[in-house]
Design a protein around this ligand. Structure first.
Ligand SMILES: NC(=O)C1=CN([C@@H]2O[C@H](COP(=O)(O)OP(=O)(O)OC[C@H]3O[C@@H](n4cnc5c(N)ncnc54)[C@H](OP(=O)(O)O)[C@@H]3O)[C@@H](O)[C@H]2O)C=CC1
Ligand SMILES: CC(=O)N[C@@H](CCC(=O)OP(=O)(O)O)C(=O)O
Length: 345
């Protein structure tokens, strides 16, 4: 059994890791931290986990964490950057769900995250953990930077177009919407039911911290500069992200082969589902599931290809993808612990 530790076990992504790992056949959660809930049993705080765990939350302790084979950081930005180097030096492998190691240009990172980066060495060595792009590098990685939720939905949707040089890359558009769990579990007036319910708004339209992460991934796929406008929206639901993506084809005749191109690109991917042309994937079709489900569209004779892409922000957008990365790192079946259909309705 792989011994796993979780730093930040009381947040939404931490408890989602616990839910997934509860049925993982090859992982034992040996330690789970929370400073505010230290001493409280996991099953007292989360009754859905009664009967699965006898653990209690503990204060983060490097020596205890160092006895694990792998540690997940499900903490706010800035925590993994400070704690990871010692664990890595002691041979522990890490999957970081925060953004600490996602961006290679540390000046860009510092600008968007409002603090200087403290470990350039590990930021350089970290592997950006989008399995559909970097599976081989993830296998051998000591430190995996788990992608952000919006960046997962947006990058997967654009990948085949960019990898094949089929679109004009000057001005892509990603119009994305998220449920409120994307903002985490900490108290925040803007996330109260009375503020989010029965309302809908864009936010971060002049710039969101996921923009540089998305651009980095798209440029890697394109092998050159990519311009993109990314606007996130908050919708009155709990889980789920829908991203509607727009790009202009260089050669509109290429429309005829797009569907088979997408199906071929993702045929061997266990967690990407390309629906028939013109379908409308819904967030509820992936609720609780580690899947990115997408479909292609065209309006009349337009040269613009539209891709609609949905994920569960807490699963393929966070904890599920983190477990997928762990499975790859330890040579396990990639879908171990992750095969369960979504909850409907
Ligand atoms: N919510 C989402 O959809 C997604 C979130 N993420 C990222 O995953 C990370 C966790 O997100 P989420 O679960 O929503 O966050 P929450 O705010 O809900 O939870 C944060 C957790 O970290 C712990 N924590 C906070 N500060 C520290 C610290 N200094 N040292 C150790 N532990 C700390 C908290 O417990 P305590 O304070 O008791 O120690 C809590 O358990 C974030 O970086 C987030 O951006 C990534 C993708 C999607
Ligand atoms: C609805 C909402 O507030 N979403 C969050 C993004 C989700 C997230 O946690 O971002 P990371 O993946 O980078 O950690 C936001 O816009 O800040």
């Amino acid at each position: 059994m792989i011994k796993a530790g979780i730093v930040g076990g009381t947040g939404y992504t931490g408890v989602e890791l616990l839910r997934i790992l509860a049925i993982h056949p090859e992982v034992e959660v040996a330690c789970i931290t929370s400073r505010s809930e230290a001493g409280i049993a996991v099953s007292d705080m989360y009754p859905n986990l009664r009967g699965y765990y006898e653990l209690a939350f503990t204060e983060p302790d490097i020596d205890v964490l160092a006895s694990c084979d792998l540690v997940f950081f499900a903490t706010p930005h800035g925590v993994a950057m400070r704690m990871a180097p010692e664990l890595l030096a002691r041979g522990v492998r890490i999957v970081d769900l925060s953004a600490d190691f996602r961006i290679k240009d540390l000046d860009v990172w510092a600008r968007w995250y409002g603090m200087p980066h403290e470990t350039a060495e590990w930021a350089e060595k970290a592997v950006y953990g989008l399995p559909e792009v970097a599976r081989d590098a993830i296998r051998d990685a000591r430190l995996v930077a788990n992608p952000g939720c919006y960046p997962t939905a947006v990058q997967l949707g654009f990948l085949p177009l960019l990898e094949n040089g089929l679109i004009r890359t000057g001005h892509l558009v990603a119009d994305a919407k998220s449920g409120a769990s994307g903002a985490g579990r900490q108290a925040n007036v803007g996330m109260l039911h009375g503020e989010v319910g029965e309302s809908f708004k864009a936010y971060g339209a002049s710039g969101h911290r996921h923009l540089p992460e998305i651009r980095q991934g798209l440029e890697l796929a394109a092998g050159g500069k990519v311009g993109i406008s990314f606007v996130p929206h908050l919708v009155p639901m709990i889980r789920g992200i829908e991203a509607t993506l727009y790009a202009e084809l260089e050669t509109p005749e290429d429309f005829d082969r797009l569907q088979s191109l997408y199906e071929g690109r993702f045929r061997d991917e266990p967690f990407v589902d390309v629906m028939p042309f013109g379908s409308h994937p819904e967030t509820r079709s992936v609720r609780g599931e580690n899947t990115c489900r997408m479909a292609l569209h065209r309006q009349e004779n337009s040269p613009v290809v539209i891709v609609t892409s949905v994920i569960d922000n807490l699963v393929k957008g966070a904890a599920g993808q983190a477990v997928q990365n762990m499975n790859i790192m330890f040579g396990l079946t990639e879908h171990a612990g992750l095969r369960a259909p979504a909850l409907l309705p």
